[in-house]
Design a protein around this ligand. Structure first.
Ligand SMILES: Nc1ncnc2c1ncn2[C@@H]1O[C@H](COP(=O)(O)OP(=O)(O)OP(=O)(O)O)[C@@H](O)[C@H]1O
Ligand SMILES: [Mg+2]
Length: 235
């Protein structure tokens, strides 16, 4: 199967004064359609840097990145944001909801960028929130929602455009264990529905729910293991 995500010799260097920091150092990674990958590694190992590049939020210093056959590094900023809007859904640890907007308005944001009309937008946003069990919280603002509810609004916002890839950077990092289970259940459901999932976590039990585990250390991939059906991924 042709890879959906293909990184070739991807390097990201941050320069501070004389010093060069290789946040990513020659990454080779292929992710096939409908994969469910966990990215693990110590703090500072490059996980978020990798996610930001896969999500076209950031560009590598060196190397090539193909998303669904498109050479991402050759796109200008406008095409890059179009690609991001069309193909990628993001979920972050800190929810990143707009505080003055209601749940439904938050979920509508990516549809505004996609040029969807007001009425269709509202309908799609409500459907996404209902799917995540938040049909009774449409008009609530983030401060009026629990952490788990806020994260579900963030997931609704990430999937409302029907992206091919869901990138989740520590989506359960700021919620309790019950909410963690709920969010993982939702992510597994999206995976069953055909979405490709890349999930960053530092929690072994969360990583074990994925079907493949990529481990980073100092900007390099140090292990890449696939799980046998029905077994937790080997470390
Ligand atoms: N904008 C930046 N400028 C300079 N250095 C950066 C920048 N962003 C990240 N770094 C450095 O790059 C390295 C990788 O950072 P990254 O955020 O990818 O780590 P991480 O694995 O996501 O860590 P955490 O688990 O703490 O979120 C770190 O050493 C970090 O200090
Ligand atoms: Mg990070």
């Amino acid at each position: 199967m042709a890879p959906l995500i293909q990184l070739k010799h991807v390097t990201k260097v941050y320069q501070s004064g004389e010093e060069k920091l290789f946040a990513l150092d020659n990454i080779e990674l292929e992710v096939e359609p409908n994969a469910f990958v966990a990215v693990m590694g110590a703090s500072g190992s490059g996980k978020s840097t990798l996610m930001n590049i896969i999500g076209a939020l950031d560009r590598p210093t060196d190397g090539e990145y193909y998303l669904d056959g498109v050479a991402v590094q050759s796109l200008n900023d406008r095409r890059l944001s179009e690609l991001r809007n069309r193909k990628i859904g993001f979920v972050f640890q800190a929810f990143n909801l707009l505080p003055r907007y209601t749940a439904v308005q938050n979920v509508e944001v990516p549809l505004i960028y996609a040029g969807v009309g007001a009425r269709a937008r509202r309908k799609l946003a409500i459907e996404a929130l209902e799917k995540l069990g938040l049909g009774h919280r449409l008009k609530h603002r983030p401060t009026e929602l629990s952490g788990g509810q806020q994260q579900r609004v963030a997931i609704a916002r990430a999937i409302v455009t029907r992206p091919v890839v869901l990138l989740a950077d520590e989506p359960t990092g700021a919620v309790d264990s019950e909410t963690t289970q709920q969010i993982l259940g939702l992510i597994e459901q999206l995976h069953r529905d055909g979405m490709t999932i890349v999930l960053v976590t530092h929690e072994a039990e969360v990583g074990a729910r994925a079907h493949r585990m990529v481990r980073l250390s100092d900007g390099r991939i140090v292990s890449d293991t696939r799980k046998e059906p029905g077994r937790p991924a080997a470390e």
